[in-house]
Write a protein that binds this ligand. Sequence first.
Ligand code: HEC
Ligand code: HEC
Length: 395
Amino acid sequence: MTINFRFVSSVRRFACLRTACVVVLVTCLATVAASDDVETLAFTETEIDRILLHGPWPSELPEDAGNELSGIAWAEQLGEALFFDKKLSGNGTLSCASCHQPVNGFADGLAVAHGVTQHVRNTQGLWNIGAQRWFGWDGGADSLWAATLRPLLSPVEMAGDIPSIADWLRQKPVAYQAFNEHRRYQSLPNQDEALVVFAAKCIAAYMRTLVSEPTAFDQFRQALADEDEEAQSIYSVSAKRGLKIFIGDANCHACHYGPHFSNGEFHDIGRPFFTGVGQVDPGRYSGIERLQEDRFSLTGLYNGTKDQNEIRKSTSVRKGQVNFGQWRTPSLRNLLLTAPYMHDGSVLTLDAVVKTYVHIDLQRLHAKGESILRPLSLSDSQIADLVSFLKSLSP
Ligand code: HEC
Ligand code: HEC
């Protein structure tokens, strides 16, 4: 009996001891996690200032350079109808929306676009496109309406021609009547071309209305601005850690700047020049050439602005060796809708994108003078945090 009692009581004591140990261990772990959270969740004044620069959302759009139809409701409606109109293409099978699909962030989910023939570049998403000043991965167009004429006429996209597109537009009473009411266009020498430019300006007016919804990041940023700690706590800890890296050590915000997470400028981040078909895609270098040759740029006949500053931006660009391999910094909003990534769609996931910054080829970049980037030393969990943050920029 006694032995039994002693045995039971020692078993009980052991159980108590074990419970106590477990409690101590759990408390220890919780303290470590909590101190980790406290350490990574607090943002310094400088960090808060940097975060606030990525908003508010939606942000104000700049002028739609040279488009006098921008912001006019009937032009936007007409432009929307034309955006989905396959008859604008050379073979009648492709509309803008064939590649810029609304459910895919106005991209197509493919590595490179399939137009009338095979393209070498990835289809860009069109959410928030009104915020840009240079269009295309290489900035080859200086206005949204010029960037609309290019796919209409490009042999690798819709492969249309001006007389056929004009013929089709004349059969659309709404479009043709609106065109005829604009006296400025009646005095232009080539009426077919004037009608197609008019339609492109309507499509551009529609695209400017594509503004995406606020995201988890925007709510967090607003909570920081309002100093509302409860609202700040809703944003995930992992995204907060990723944000800290983004605006801190990794210096991503140097290029992915402002509410759109793009400075609108051109940079080389060391992606290969070679295309799938073994040719070289020189990026911004060819974009400047395209701009200088483009009859539909802001320096041409169809420009609707008298703003000399806007025009000077287009006349003052000069190409140099440094432009080889540069691409316009993409916005980081809505990335969950627009995989695969980069100008050639060569990177499949956000995890893989972040790893390209870990393995940057410094040798190549230094030869080209890009001094902002250096290979990042990030642990797997830091990479995961950066990815969580990037995901929080999609609604
Ligand atoms: C065959 C697929 C395809 C079709 C059809 C197409 N696009 Fe695109 N779009 C692309 C590709 C690819 C790019 C990137 C082009 C480049 O960098 O040279 C692009 C780029 C753009 C851009 C620039 C985006 C940015 O962020 O700078 C705009 C604007 C645009 N397209 C509008 C249109 C409009 C409007 C139409 C219809 C008139 C259209 N696209 C038809 C594939 C397509
Ligand atoms: C020197 C300027 C610069 C810096 C710094 C920079 N980026 Fe980029 N980023 C670019 C450019 C330019 C591209 C497009 C390159 C291409 O298409 O080949 C790009 C592409 C991307 C893309 C793909 C977007 C898409 O739509 O295809 C993501 C995601 C991205 N960067 C995230 C980051 C992150 C995260 C960091 C920090 C670790 C960072 N970037 C630092 C300039 C920069």
